[in-house]
Design a protein around this ligand. Structure first.
Ligand code: ADP
Ligand code: MG
Length: 136
């Protein structure tokens, strides 16, 4: 369990996670709104050589960035489940050549393969956060 007191510290946790990833690795990032999921993913993406701005996908299900490896960033907040969705919905993002980060993964979790790491962020008041990183 890690404890951070600033966005920069949470980005640094993300950067450390990135060092362990391989093409095809999927990282699930859970936690409430504002817990710091996107912040942690930003740190990981920077470490992977992504220079684009990293923001939560809002009007689409995901972003695809170019770094030293392709990087996908999904936010499934509005997805209730995969029933009734196009079965290929996530396929363009979860490619074997890419590292993928998934915010709000619950709805898709049964169908997600190659999950390497699960991250859970929690508010602890003010700028304090706890971050649990579990390698699978
Ligand atoms: P999420 O993607 O989980 O909704 P964001 O990363 O978009 O969360 O937002 C987290 C917000 O909390 C940002 O405004 C960030 O500046 C702020 N913040 C304050 N302290 C921290 C911290 N220790 N770690 C991460 N974010 C923090
Ligand atoms: Mg977010």
């Amino acid at each position: 369990m890690e404890r951070t007191s600033s966005p920069a510290e949470t980005e640094a946790v993300g950067a450390r996670i990135a060092a362990d990833l391989r093409p095809g690795s999927v990282v699930l990032v859970s936690g409430e709104l504002g817990a710091g999921k996107t912040t942690l993913i930003r740190g990981a993406c920077r470490e992977l050589g992504v220079r684009d701005p990293i923001t939560s996908p809002t009007f689409t299900i995901g972003h695809r960035y170019r770094g030293r490896v392709p990087v996908s960033h999904l936010d499934l907040y509005r997805l209730e489940g995969l029933e009734g969705e196009d079965p290929g919905l996530l396929d363009d993002y979860l490619t074997e050549d890419a590292v993928a980060f998934v915010e709000w993964p619950q709805a898709a979790e049964p169908r997600l393969e190659r999950v390497a790491i699960r991250v859970e962020l929690r508010h602890e008041g003010g700028d304090e956060r706890t971050i649990e990183v579990r390698r699978t």
